[in-house]
Design a binder for this molecule. Structure first.
Ligand SMILES: Cc1ncc(C[n+]2csc(CCOP(=O)(O)OP(=O)(O)O)c2C)c(N)n1
Length: 637
């Protein structure tokens, strides 16, 4: 009988002898590997924290004690042992378990997470609230070495060390963010984990004595004695201790006995402690252990050989973006490519390999990255950033205060703009248009396909302004790629189909879905529409709207029809821009159908399922427009 069969809740774990615990950890790894091989998901990180999670749930009493997972992508074992074992194969699927902690899903999920570095701030606030309420429970924040590079986490650490309330920080150090971790703190953690602080001290003391002329060699015995005393006085983790957070570690994160002893120990303190737990990403599955980056957010794969199951040979927008930046750097070395901890996901790893001097991975530091890019630009470099739409939200103040108000030139690729499958509400890229739209001087483009993306990056560099280019997480269309770059005239859209009955304005690759719908409307319903690839959401090509609306009169267009299609939040997005223009009075007697994402909390589903849900696939666009015209036809004279 599998040990997992008798585990449903944390109490069940507490009874297990060590031998069964080790067997359970193996069984859980097998489940995680199978689940991710089928559904896709965060493999490496989840395999890395199986033992840590089991230890936490054995030592603490959740849900009374609060265990907070930073980012939350590593929560699979936690979900398995907190009553969700039977649903684990539904993870990331429509109506299934969320891939991240979700308070609505379980009382064991203290916090909804997805964006990095929030755990310490929440833990700190909750600890103060607990103490104010005179309640008694433990608060444990589990944060990775990657998430600790985020400014928000460091701000929290700064405050936690000052207010000194009781809480436990478990630093899960696997030396990796998604890619190898970067920065001084990461180096410092490696130094602590290696136990080199004493060795280093020894080297320094010996070097000092040896450097004293004449007496150096004779002091060996004295040095030895001094080192013995210093060793007993040495406290590792001085950075944390000096901040006011007691450092405990390093602790072997796959050794249950050592971990549980350290966690029990941590419970005793009535001030903040940090347990430095060293784990290994991908533990238990060789392909993930050998290549933790590619299995970080993994596509489905064949368990037998670790090969990813490729659904298409069409290039992703991210890859095309990275390739384009690489080609541009070959011609112009003043270009600097920037990512905040996502070199692989953004395609900028191509630049990192060929031009490491023209590339910076700043860690999970989106705010810093934008301001840093501002500095590069003021100094005469040409920054090109790639950032996921959802994480760009973090850097909105830098975009406003530090970039657009000074009109500092840079190119920002907004990757995963629009509806994003799998990861759920925290990872949606649907707010970018609405956030950027009101900012003065900003140029915002969206390519209809991967070839146009190349021209946009090229054009953006030449505009010498803050330029944002938004593209989705889906395969490219598979169009042929132009060898030569060309400039796309600023603020000009592209008319792809002409018809007198109304005009569709579509954003990004939704243009192709709109074209498909328009063809079907013509063939089946004799509704003949103009289709415009918006290209520039800002500045918007209002001439194309006027042009599209002032065609010859037909049965359908007595009232002017305009349809906006965007996979972003409707309020504040393209539809709002168009409404604002129409409200100027230049167009009379119009009506607008705005297809986009309503203001609601989006559940977990694939991108295609979400597009269908919001009538943004070809079928949905067709049906919605047909409905609109049916209404019209009935009332037409
Ligand atoms: C603000 C923000 N930026 C980027 C990401 C993307 N991201 C998800 S997990 C991750 C790496 C986190 O590394 P670490 O905290 O060490 O956890 P590990 O996966 O190594 O366990 C990154 C960069 C994010 N979730 N949030």
């Amino acid at each position: 009988m599998a040990v997992l069969d008798k585990i449903n809740y944390p109490e069940d774990l507490k009874k297990l002898p060590l031998i069964e615990l080790k067997k359970l950890s193996q069984e859980i790894r097998e489940v995680i590997i199978k689940v991710v091989s089928e559904n896709g998901g965060h493999l490496s990180s989840n395999l890395g924290v199986v033992d840590l999670t089991l230890s936490l749930h054995r030592v603490f009493d959740a849900p009374k004690d609060k265990i907070i997972w930073d980012v939350g992508h590593q929560c699979y074992t936690h979900k398995i042992v907190t009553g969700r074992k039977d649903r684990i194969f539904s993870i990331r699927k429509k109506d299934g378990l969320a891939g991240f902690p979700d308070m609505k899903e379980s009382e064991y999920d203290v916090l909804n997470t997805g964006h990095a570095s929030t755990s310490l701030a929440f833990a700190s606030g909750m600890a103060i609230a607990r103490d104010n309420n005179k309640e008694d429970y433990h608060i444990v924040a589990v944060i990775g070495d990657g998430a600790l590079t985020g400014g928000l986490a460091l701000e929290a650490l700064n405050h936690i060390g000052q207010v000194k309330q009781r809480l436990i920080i478990v630093l899960n150090d696997n030396k990796m963010s998604i890619s190898p971790n970067v920065g001084g703190i990461s180096k410092y953690l490696n130094y602590l984990a290696s136990g080199r602080s004493y060795i280093r001290l020894k080297e320094v003391v010996q070097a000092i004595f040896n450097a004293i002329p004449g007496i150096g060699k004779n002091m060996v015995e004295a040095t030895r004695k001094l080192l013995a005393v210093l060793r007993t006085m040495m406290v590792p983790g001085s950075f944390f201790n000096d901040l006011g957070v007691k450092y405990i570690g390093p602790i072997k994160g796959h050794d249950f006995k050592e971990m549980e002893k350290a966690l029990q120990d941590a419970k005793k303190y009535d001030f903040p402690v940090l347990l430095h737990v060293v784990t290994e990403k991908g533990q238990g599955y060789k392909p993930a252990k050998d290549n933790p980056r590619d299995y970080h957010s993994s596509a489905p794969f064949d368990v037998a050989n670790g090969k990813f199951i490729k659904k298409t040979n069409k290039p992703s927008y991210s890859k095309v973006f990275g390739q384009t930046v690489l080609e541009l750097i070959r011609e112009d070395r003043s270009i600097i490519a920037l990512t905040a901890a996502m070199p692989g996901g953004t395609g900028l790893d191509l630049v990192q390999e060929e031009f490491p001097g023209n590339f910076y991975d700043v860690g999970i530091a989106e705010q810093y990255m934008l301001a840093f890019a501002g500095g590069l630009a003021l100094g005469g470099r040409k920054p090109i950033i790639s950032i996921y739409s959802t994480f760009m939200q973090r850097a909105m103040d830098q975009i406003m205060h530090d970039i657009t108000l000074m009109d500092i030139p840079m190119v920002v690729g907004i990757d995963r703009g629009g509806l994003v499958g799998g990861d759920g509400p925290t990872h949606q890229g649907i707010y970018d248009i609405a956030l950027l739209r009101p900012l003065p001087g900003v140029v915002l483009m969206a390519p209809k396909d991967e070839n146009e993306l190349r021209h946009m990056v090229y054009t953006a560099l030449r505009l010498k302004k803050p330029v944002f280019i938004r593209y989705p997480k889906e395969p490219g269309i598979g169009v042929p790629m132009d060898k030569e770059f060309k400039e796309l005239p600023l603020g000009k859209s592209e008319i792809l189909r002409e018809g007198p009955d109304g005009v569709i304005l579509a954003v990004g690759p939704l243009v192709y879905r709109a074209l498909e719908a328009a063809e079907k409307l013509k063939t089946l319903d004799n509704i003949d529409l103009t289709v415009v690839n918006v290209r520039y959401i800002k500045p918007l090509d209002t001439d194309s709207i006027l042009d599209g609306m002032n065609r010859k009169k037909t049965l359908f267009n007595k009232k002017k029809r305009i349809i906006t299609i965007e996979d972003g939040i409707r309020s504040g997005g393209l539809s709002t821009l168009v409404r604002e223009f129409l409200a100027t009075g230049k167009v009379k007697n119009y009506s607008i159908l705005a297809l986009g994402v309503p203001e609601e909390n989006i559940g977990v589903a694939s991108r295609e399922e979400l597009l269908a849900k919001y009538h943004l696939d070809a079928e949905g666009i067709y049906a919605e427009i047909k409905k609109l015209f049916k209404k019209k036809k009935e009332t037409a004279p």
